[in-house]
Design a protein. Structure first.
Length: 284
């Protein structure tokens, strides 16, 4: 078996030499490894060329959700399984799939895990493997990126700043069978069930069906989300509504902050999303 590791050296806040850890782990195993560290000017075409020339049995994303998204873009509708070594700040998709967050355990998992087909969501010109949103959380992601502190302390500071400064939006959702107009603190396009922090925004989400969820957060309802996290009770529809769909158009009266898989995209007032069923294969 041959494994190609796509390594993002800028992921997370750890001081581990990822290349050294991976090389040492497979040194005495009957597994061939090739390590490709993402350069600063890396493009999708460069990664695709590396994957094609490597002829690996599995391609492993070493980093956070952004790194996994890059690898997924290169392997859309391919039978080559994607392995995940969670080395980012939040590692939401690894947690979603039950992949160990300890790097040594995750490396072992590459040998014992099995490939599984899951869907992704095409959003404007991006793909989303985990979670995208318009509004409050995207504002928070943008703020977090500007802070010197990383980890939960930085996230807490960004959250506090967002709660004080972000204003609700006027949005319109055009779903397959209905149109919804509402005030909203945030609209999430949920492929997965929870954020990397463990906050479960989409309790009924499944990665292997042909639907995704739209979570309409009408107000700043962290207590509402905390309620279902702790008690498993459903959302109060006056505060948070969930819609299942295979496509949606979202319009905001004014341009709003937008992020996909933890990467801040910018401000926009129109988002179109559609499902891409069984689009990638991941080792789970």
């Amino acid at each position: 078996m041959k494994l190609l590791f796509i390594i993002n050296p800028g992921s997370g806040s750890h001081n581990i030499n990822l290349k050294e850890v991976i090389s040492n782990h497979f040194e005495e195993k009957q597994i061939e490894t090739e390590l490709f560290e993402l350069p600063d000017d890396c493009s999708i075409d460069k990664i695709k060329h590396k994957i094609d020339s490597s002829k690996a049995d599995k391609v492993v994303a070493v980093g956070g959700d952004g790194t996994l998204k890059l690898v997924a873009e290169c392997l859309l509708n391919s039978e080559i399984p994607i392995g995940i070594i969670p080395a980012g700040s939040a590692n939401g998709m690894a947690k979603e799939l039950g992949i160990p967050t300890d790097i040594t355990e995750a490396l072992d998992f590459l040998e014992t895990g099995k490939p599984k087909k899951i869907h992704v969501v095409k959003i404007n010109d991006e793909i989303c493997i985990h979670l995208a949103d318009l509004g409050f959380n995207a504002y928070l992601v943008n703020k977090f990126d500007t802070l010197p502190e990383r980890g939960m302390w930085g996230y807490a500071k960004a959250t506090w700043h967002a709660l004080w400064n972000h204003k609700r939006m006027d949005v319109e959702l055009k779903l397959e069978n209905e149109t919804v107009k509402s005030k909203a603190a945030m609209v999430a396009i949920a492929n997965a069930t929870m954020y990397g922090t463990g906050l479960k925004i989409n309790p009924d989400g499944k990665l292997d069906d042909e639907l995704f969820e739209i979570i309409l957060v009408k107000d700043y309802s962290y207590l509402e989300i905390l309620k279902i996290w702790v008690t498993k009770l459903p959302f109060n529809p006056k505060k948070i509504e969930v819609f299942q769909t295979s496509e949606v158009k979202i319009f905001s009266k004014h341009k709003a902050h937008f992020q996909v898989d933890g990467e801040y995209i910018g401000k926009l007032n129109k988002v179109e999303a559609t499902i891409l069923p069984a689009a990638i294969s991941v080792v789970v």
